[in-house]
Design a protein around this ligand. Structure first.
Ligand code: GUN
Ligand code: ZN
Length: 432
């Protein structure tokens, strides 16, 4: 395949910023060029140096004022919840029963799953998200539909069918009866097929027996490169229920530890109401706490304490959690993260937010160097961002002094309208 060039203002993070103003944490090239070949980045740097390396007939897309960044990564999202988003008036357990389990049962129909998988992937691309770690429904065919659709687009998705065997409607528990065998089958078919990867997905401790959680843990031993995703310490009633179901365990986090579900490949959504021992357990095991601000505010779950977990050495990722979350946009998600932190007297510098949703989330899902950065060898998954995409943003940008302030405008006011283009493995995903 011939090379192509994507030209504009390049921004990619090298490491986690230590705070606002940490200009050593990123690489910025004002007139930059990304050279793409066979879906990967061949070179990235100053256009003045790289333009002459492109073959004369290579197409070049030029975005003079736009920022070109690595595509966003959403490490916690539910693809069967595209019609659960914006469900009124309930907190977690009631919200699950009243809205979520109802919609997820519809994924027994493979046609419904296929249509929703295409919608989901379109919507991610429109928002500049190039990789997501997605929960599927309890029906293995729902995971099959998502993987097949993502594979056709050469989009790198991580997904798993939700494992559950109690405390849910028969419509979800019955297909999940063979959940472990079905997960194993899906891992064999899809984990490492093209860009697809598998995440073993016990929904949460309430919907699985200890026996099933142990079987999920055994899958992680059997397949040492698959990920694990579940929910943890999101809501007070949820935590009380887990205590009743697992009376011998000292904490909710300990339940997952007991069944081999903690570790560097484990993504734990929410982590709001942790006690000190639970924080220590997350740190010791290298597990990832996934901060889902729009969801935590919308479902009324509580405030994620970023500073407490970061200073304890817990790995942190940032995600939408659609349909508990209210936006597919990682920009909106960063804006809400900022507000959740403000409510606790903390700050989220724009540099840290953009590092989190690119390089940081890539590291969280075990794909450091593959995605989330603009460096040779990485997939050419890119987002082209326009900080003047609305009149209000353009007006605000008139007095913006530097890159960091531009990033803060983007995360505070930006959404899908700020996404001019999204490249997936070097190919434009949006109609020009
Ligand atoms: N806990 C168990 N399942 C879910 C879910 O679908 N969404 C959220 N936010 N929390 C959960
Ligand atoms: Zn979730």
């Amino acid at each position: 395949m011939t090379a192509r060039g994507i030209r504009g203002r390049l921004l990619s993070f090298l490491r986690e910023p230590r705070g606002a103003g940490d200009s050593e944490s990123y690489r910025y090239v004002n007139d930059g060029l990304v050279v793409v070949k066979d879906g990967r980045i061949e070179a990235a740097g100053a256009a003045s140096e790289l333009l002459s390396t492109l073959p004369a007939d290579a197409p070049i897309e030029h975005y003079p004022d736009a920022l070109i960044m690595p595509g966003f990564i959403d490490p916690h999202i539910h693809y069967p919840q595209t019609q659960v988003i914006a469900s009124y008036g309930a907190q977690l357990l009631e919200w699950l029963e009243k809205f979520t389990f109802v919609e997820e049962q519809k994924f027994a129909d493979p046609g419904h799953a296929a249509r929703n998988a295409e919608f989901f992937l379109d919507e991610l691309a429109r928002n500049g998200t190039t990789t997501a770690c997605a929960y599927c429904s309890a029906h293995p065919a729902s995971a099959e539909a998502l993987f097949a659709a993502a594979h056709r687009r050469n989009a790198g998705m991580i997904a798993g069918t939700a494992i559950m065997n109690r405390n849910g409607p028969p419509g979800l528990l019955e297909p999940a009866r063979e959940a472990i065998a079905a997960s194993r089958d899906l891992i064999r078919r899809w984990h490492g097929t093209g860009r697809q990867r598998y995440a073993v997905t016990p929904r949460f401790a309430i919907t699985s027996t200890g026996e099933q959680l142990a079987e999920a843990g055994a899958l992680l031993v059997e397949f040492p490169t698959v990920l694990m995703q579940t929910h943890l310490d999101e809501n007070k009633n949820e935590i009380e229920t887990v205590k009743r179901l697992f009376p011998d365990e000292p904490s909710y986090t300990a339940v997952y530890g007991r069944f081999g579900l903690l570790g560097p490949r484990s993504l734990l959504g929410h982590c709001i109401h942790l006690d000190d021992d639970e924080v220590a357990l997350l740190r010791e095991t290298g597990s990832v706490a996934v901060f889902c601000p729009t969801s935590n505010l919308f479902i009324g779950s509580g405030l994620f304490n970023y500073k407490r977990l970061a200073s304890a050495g817990v790995r942190i990722a940032l995600a939408t959690d659609v349909g508990g979350g209210t936006s597919y946009s990682m920009l909106r998600t960063a804006a809400e993260a900022y507000k959740v932190m403000q409510l606790q007297g903390q700050n989220l510098p724009a540099l840290l937010a953009f590092d989190l949703i690119t390089r940081g989330n890539a590291a969280a899902v075990g794909l450091a160097g593959e995605i989330g950065v603009i460096t040779p060898g990485a997939y050419a998954d890119l987002v082209v961002l326009d900080a003047r995409s609305t009149p209000a943003m353009a007006h605000r940008m008139e007095i913006t002094r530097d890159l960091e302030e531009e990033l803060f405008v983007l995360m505070t006011m930006g959404d899908d309208r700020a996404v001019r283009q999204t490249y997936i493995a070097g190919k434009p995903a949006l109609a020009a």
